[in-house]
Design a protein around this ligand. Structure first.
Ligand SMILES: Cc1cc2nc3c(=O)[nH]c(=O)nc-3n(C[C@H](O)[C@H](O)[C@H](O)COP(=O)(O)O)c2cc1C
Length: 181
C-alpha cells in the first residue's frame, strides 16, 4: 500500500480477533519505531511488548480497573505495547526547558505512530491508550516507579470489514494555510 493509503485505512481498533500476532510482525513494527527521528537523536523510548497471554491478562486486569474501565476492551487485544518514556539527551532537555516544549513527548509520538502505521500495513489493528493505571503497569512489568509511561498501544488482528471507513476530521482549510496564519 502507498503510505497515504495506509494512513487513510488506519482507524483505532477496539475489537480484536482471537488470533495471536506473529513475533516477526511485531519486530517489523518495532524496527519502524526504532528508526523514528527524535530531538538531538535522543531516542527517549523503550517498548515493552506484552504478548504472553497470562501476563497480558494480569496486566489488563490492573491497568484498566476502576476509573480506567473504559479501556477494558484492551483485554481482548492479544498484545499490549508499553511505551516507556526514557530520559532524553542533556541537550534536548535543556533545549526543551528553554523553549517550554516537551520534546520527548513529540519523540515518542512519532516513534509510536511509526509503529502504528507499520502495523496497519501488515494488516494489524492498533489503538493508542492514554488512560490507564500507570503505577499498576509498572509493578506488573518490573518497570522502576521513577520511570514515566505516557502511552500504551493495543495491537492485534481485526476484521477490517467491521471498521467504519470514514474519519471524522476537520476540513483542510481549517487546519492548514499557505504563507500566512
Ligand atoms: C495520545 C492518544 C491517546 C489516546 N487514548 C485513548 C484511550 O485511552 N482509549 C481509547 O479508546 N482511545 C484512545 N485514543 C484513540 C483516539 O480516541 C482516536 O485516535 C481518535 O478518536 C481518532 O479516531 P481514529 O484513531 O479511529 O482515527 C488515543 C489517541 C491518542 C493519539
Amino acid at each position: 500500500m502507498a503510505l497515504l493509503d495506509v494512513i487513510r485505512h488506519r482507524k483505532s481498533i477496539r475489537h480484536f480477533l482471537d488470533r495471536p500476532v506473529e513475533r516477526d510482525k511485531i519486530m517489523t513494527c518495532l524496527e519502524a519505531a526504532r528508526l523514528a527521528p527524535s530531538a538531538c537523536n535522543s531516542q527517549p523510548w523503550k517498548f515493552v511488548v506484552v504478548d504472553d497471554e497470562q501476563l497480558k491478562n494480569r496486566l489488563c486486569r490492573v491497568a484498566f480497573g476502576g476509573i480506567y474501565l473504559m479501556n477494558s476492551f484492551c483485554k481482548r487485544a492479544p498484545v499490549i505495547v508499553v511505551v516507556v518514556s526514557e530520559r532524553s539527551k542533556f541537550l534536548a532537555r535543556i533545549g526543551g526547558l528553554f523553549r517550554g516544549t516537551k520534546y520527548y513527548l513529540i519523540d515518542i509520538g512519532i516513534a509510536g505512530e511509526h509503529f502504528v502505521l507499520q502495523a496497519e500495513e501488515l494488516g494489524l489493528g492498533t489503538c493508542w491508550i492514554g488512560w490507564f493505571n500507570e503505577r499498576a503497569v509498572k509493578s506488573i512489568l518490573n518497570i522502576p516507579q521513577d520511570k514515566k509511561i505516557d502511552i500504551l498501544i493495543a495491537l492485534g488482528y481485526y476484521d477490517s470489514d467491521k471498521v467504519r471507513p470514514k474519519h471524522s476530521r476537520e476540513p483542510m482549510d481549517k487546519i492548514a494555510s499557505f504563507n500566512s496564519y
